[in-house]
Ligand binder design. Structure first.
Ligand code: HEC
Length: 318
């Protein structure tokens, strides 16, 4: 009995040691199809993954975007891959930007803002020289005034928005920042649990107060107090595990219109994943409370079970 147990222990140790050595082979087999130049799906290259900490890579494989890919591996293999891909402890946090002196936030009437790529409700994507305070001459003479580093992050995926002299922007780890547009000092941060990359909408909520609205890649929508960063409300726009919000929610007439998409094409590459169940949608929320007024799907009907594939996954479709 004891001898048998000892054999078992030795075997399992040997198994984890061999998977650590095989990390490059695991990467070639399970990851390289997407994570290398010319891959079928555009995914971060090994040089970008190297900037992430071991913990971040492991979390992605166990609970994050790469969960379906991670599920095809043992926990020892996931750990070995994370250690192999990460360049070390992750990027050193940048020095914190200074805190801004207290000041009241407000938007002057008629103020032109940088509201994200769409610019206006017609999604014109055009900023006039007058609104920008910039013409061709000035654009040629721009100089760096300040720079800001995202602590521990390797990408800056969010659209910065300027309103009332402040910059509002999300980031890869879900931290949303309110900075001073002139100096880069920091008024507040709010930490959402997942990447926040939508443009942020800023709107008056009466009595001299303003709210900022955004979505994260776990399909949560948030309203924060623009002055303090305090949470006003939060709601989940879609319960699908791969639902996400990357398009900027738009405000009009007291309603927040929220587009919901997904990354179901990524887990779908795993034959064991029961694909495909996600439906894109648009929601209208009460901007004051976050309560859903309506939700409309771009695919009208839920998907129906079709067949079970050779890997045993129940597929569905329309
Ligand atoms: C089917 C394509 C595909 C495969 C296979 C794949 N990935 Fe990814 N991976 C992606 C895409 C696409 C992204 C970017 C996701 C995004 O933009 O949110 C990504 C992002 C990541 C990230 C960044 C962190 C995150 O959560 O966004 C890590 C780490 C990662 N992958 C690790 C792996 C590892 C390790 C494997 C192999 C076990 C693997 N991936 C296999 C497509 C793939």
């Amino acid at each position: 009995m004891l001898a048998a147990m000892r054999t078992f222990l030795i075997l399992s140790l040997a198994a984890s040691a061999s998977s650590a050595q095989d990390a490059p082979a695991l990467f070639t087999k399970h990851c390289a199809g997407c994570h290398q130049a010319g891959g079928e799906i555009r995914a971060p290259l090994p040089s970008a993954l190297k900037l992430l900490s071991k913990e971040k890579i492991l979390a992605s494989l166990e609970t994050g975007t790469m969960k379906a890919q991670g599920a095809a591996l043992t926990s020892a293999e996931r750990a070995a891959l994370a250690a192999h891909l990460s360049g070390g402890a992750g990027m050193e946090p940048q020095a914190q930007t200074g805190a801004c002196p207290a000041a009241k936030f407000s938007i002057s009437p008629g103020e032109a803002g940088w509201t994200g790529w769409g610019v206006d409700l017609a999604n014109s994507r055009f900023q006039s020289a007058k609104a920008a305070g910039l013409d061709r001459e000035k654009a040629a003479r721009l100089k760096l005034k300040w720079a800001f580093g995202f602590a521990g992050q390797s990408i800056a995926p969010a659209q910065p928005v300027v309103a009332g002299g402040r910059l509002f922007l999300g980031s890869g780890d879900g931290t949303v920042y309110s900075l001073d547009a002139r100096t880069g000092c920091q008024y507040w941060t709010y930490k959402a649990p997942a990447m926040a990359r939508t443009a942020i909408s800023v709107e008056s909520i009466g009595q001299g107060r303003y709210a900022v609205y955004f979505g994260d890649v776990k399909a949560n929508v948030y309203a924060l107090d623009a002055q303090t960063g305090a949470l006003l409300w939060q709601m989940q726009a879609d319960p699908h595990p791969f639902a996400r919000i990357t398009g900027a929610p738009a405000l009009s007439g007291g309603r927040l219109f929220v587009p919901v998409s997904s990354v179901e094409e990524v887990p779908a590459q795993n034959v064991k994943y029961a694909c495909c169940t996600f439906r894109g949608s648009v929601l209208a929320l009460d901007a004051k409370t976050g309560k859903q007024i309506w939700k409309s799907y771009t695919l009208p009907d839920p998907s129906k079970a079709t067949r079970v594939n050779p890997a045993g996954a129940q597929l569905s479709g329309r």
